[in-house]
Design a protein around this ligand. Structure first.
Ligand SMILES: C[S@@+](CC[C@H](N)C(=O)[O-])C[C@H]1O[C@@H](n2cnc3c(N)ncnc32)[C@H](O)[C@@H]1O
Length: 234
């Protein structure tokens, strides 16, 4: 039997089976090392992890001594996060960027391509503005987004459309009881100039955009656009 997976607000992650399987399919990697190192080198230790999911990185950041708030609209993902050793050190919030308190953070992260779930440009610019407000002047923002020039979707099964920077695809997950979940996803691939312009117009100065997890230039490395920016003071 194939059943569609979709959460109450159309977020495919807000499904108990998807959340339960997430960590097994998303092992710790060089991206996590990168963000952990970035947190260690940032002045101030109040961290916001937007789209924290099952808290893979969130609990590691808290274990490293940071004061961490994990925000995600998917209750099913947060339910998994809350069961982890060390989860009690994290302030978990079910919601989106608007739930982050004003001027309360030194560093805001969106990891594992959370930035690409914001398909609509208005939703993306609103999210960046909420993050700028949550950080206050001098705070840092870092996130990853796949570089459209690397065309990662060409290696993905189930891609049904590629249109105007947006890729739609269906993946299937087999559950222990034999049920097959069909998961529909849409991701936005923004180019380096698009990311740069959107981040700057939300009140940030770009520190760097890397192409890979060893801080390679764009076009080299891992097919990523890894943005590190600082909230402008005025
Ligand atoms: C690929 S997972 C990444 C999870 C986590 N950052 C990690 O490194 O494993 C994407 C996450 O983005 C969350 N998400 C979806 N829509 C969101 C929104 N509007 N605001 C914040 N997070 C959102 C999903 O619920 C999901 O947990």
């Amino acid at each position: 039997m194939t059943a569609p997976a979709s959460g109450p607000a159309g977020n495919e992650y807000d499904h108990p089976s998807i959340a339960a399987a997430y960590d097994a399919e998303n092992a710790w990697g060089r991206d996590d090392d990168f963000f952990l190192a970035l947190a260690a080198e940032t002045l101030g230790s109040r961290l916001l992890d937007l789209g924290c999911g099952t808290g893979r990185l969130t609990v590691a950041l808290a274990a490293a001594g940071h004061d961490v708030t994990g925000v995600d609209p998917a209750g099913a993902m947060l339910a998994v996060a809350r069961t982890k050793p060390g989860a009690e050190k994290v302030n978990w919030i079910e919601g989106g960027a608007a739930s982050a308190r004003t001027r309360s953070f030194d560093l805001a992260l969106m990891t594992s391509h959370v930035a690409q779930v914001f398909v609509d440009d208005l939703e993306w610019s609103d999210t960046l503005r909420h993050l700028a407000r949550a950080l206050g002047p001098g705070g840092r923002l870092a996130f990853d987004s796949r570089d459209p020039a690397a065309r990662a979707w060409e290696g993905w099964p189930g891609v049904s459309s590629i249109d105007d920077g947006t890729v739609s695809f269906t993946s299937t997950n087999e559950l222990p009881d034999g049920t097959v979940l069909a998961v529909d996803s849409i991701l936005r691939f923004r180019s380096e100039p698009e990311l740069r312009a959107s981040v700057e117009s939300a009140g940030f100065a770009i520190e760097a955009i890397y192409g890979g997890w060893s801080r390679e230039p764009v076009g080299d490395g891992d097919g990523e656009l890894i943005v590190v920016a600082t909230r402008r003071t005025a």
